[in-house]
Design a protein around this ligand. Structure first.
Ligand code: PMP
Length: 390
């Protein structure tokens, strides 16, 4: 069999999507004008398919800090922190993240993906058990595969199912690692963390929460779902990314003092280049911005309610929670593709998500709002969806 033959079905499917114009996977956004506006081909569009929850990608302070770091520290670090050394700004950001979360240790990784890979694969080695939500992000699955631990999946957001599986483990539950996410990226729903913390208190184990989509979005200080539900003390490790609310690229993990040992044992930390100085500088500015401007979160939630309620009033079937991620359920793959293209024609960009990327075999149009959307832009999204109904 030739090297790429095993992908022939995938290649054919991909071709089908490309035949009639715009391709929903890896869409080229020809120009970006702001956190909410861009151009695809000849269409000016409202961006409603990003993870830019606080709308900080065009924050003037973050841009200026990035530019200054480019001029003074250069374009890249060209190596890993272990082999080639950390820059002072990596360490300063780690100190600031540790303070933000009020935890002893913070470690910066090159992406959110490598943060999960780096933490989970190093802790969840053969002989340990990891219990993961079935709808976990690919980076969590990949991390478990890399680590070689025994993987037990429990039903999505089903604390009772987790508990049953923990009980079945007996004594082994005490050392198991439970992994969930804050806000789930496709359905916008949240983990039942109060119940899970309660199970952990009774049966033991360690709890890791990936707050990729909830950092900056939930909690009085923006620390995520764990903060908003008052269970931070029960959470051993929080993992997050710089690529969503922090509007840059990179990842992080915060935890106990012992976590520092990952710097000397975690291959995805050791064997990859560290984030560039300009990324770190903009993240530091955005982190400060998030701390000083909690009203950004209020604006985000105002927008989330406006979009969710507007789409519900149009009769669309939506996700279970009001959230900055608003999934619109669509019957078939073909309808999904047609609607996705029609929305672009009508000036709105959302994400088409097909199984298996969408959970439970459904096709959905993933809409997301951010704090920078104006009421008029949210209404433009609603009008585009109203036209689909006609
Ligand atoms: N965890 C979750 C839950 C995510 O949704 C993502 C990215 N979509 C990541 C981790 C990876 O983050 P990054 O894009 O920074 O690699």
């Amino acid at each position: 069999m030739a090297l790429y033959d095993k992908f022939s079905r995938l290649a054919k499917e991909r071709e089908q999507f490309q035949i009639s114009g715009l391709n929903p996977f890896g869409t080229c956004i020809d120009e970006i004008y702001s956190a909410t506006q861009g151009r695809i081909g000849t269409h000016k569009i409202v961006l409603a398919g990003t993870n830019n929850y606080l709308g900080l990608t065009f924050d003037t302070g973050a841009i200026a800090a990035g530019q200054a770091a480019l001029s003074t520290q250069g374009t890249g670090t060209t190596g890993s922190r272990m082999a080639n050394g950390s820059y002072g700004s990596h360490l300063t950001l780690e100190k600031e993240l540790a303070e933000f979360f009020d935890r002893p240790t913070a470690i910066v990784f090159s992406t959110g993906y490598t943060a999960n890979l780096g933490v989970i694969s190093t802790l969840a080695v053969p002989g340990t058990v990891v219990l993961i939500d079935a709808d976990s992000h690919a980076s969590i699955y990949d991390a478990c595969a890399l680590g070689g631990a025994e993987i037990i999946r429990f039903r999505h957001n089903d604390a009772k199912d987790l508990e049953r599986r923990m009980i079945r483990l007996g004594e082994r539950a005490r050392d198991a690692l439970i992994i969930v996410e804050g806000i789930y990226s496709m359905l916008g729903d949240v983990a039942p963390l109060v119940e899970i913390a309660n199970i952990k208190r009774r049966l033991g184990g360690y709890l890791l929460v990936d707050e990729a989509h909830s950092f900056g979005v939930l909690g009085a200080k923006g620390r995520g779902l764990s903060e908003s539900l008052g269970v931070e003390k029960d959470v051993d490790i929080i993992v997050g990314t710089f690529s969503k609310s922090l509007a840059s690229i990179g990842g992080f993990a915060v935890g106990s003092k012992d976590m520092d040992v990952l710097r000397y044992s975690s291959r995805p930390y050791i064997f990859t280049a560290s984030p560039s100085p300009s990324s770190i500088a903009s993240v530091r500015t955005s982190l400060k911005h998030i701390t000083e401007h909690p009203e950004l979160r209020d604006k985000l939630w105002h927008n989330a309610h406006r979009l969710y309620n507007g789409l519900a009033a149009l009769g669309y079937e939506l996700g279970p929670n009001i959230s900055p991620v608003v999934p619109v359920m669509i019957g078939s793959k073909e309808d999904g593709l047609k609607y996705w293209r029609d929305l672009i024609e009508n000036g709105v960009y959302v994400n088409l998500v097909l199984p298996p990327a969408a959970p439970a075999g459904i096709t959905l149009l993933r809409c997301s709002v951010n704090a920078a959307h104006s009421d008029e832009e949210i209404d433009a999204i609603l009008q585009a969806f109203a036209k689909l109904k006609k």
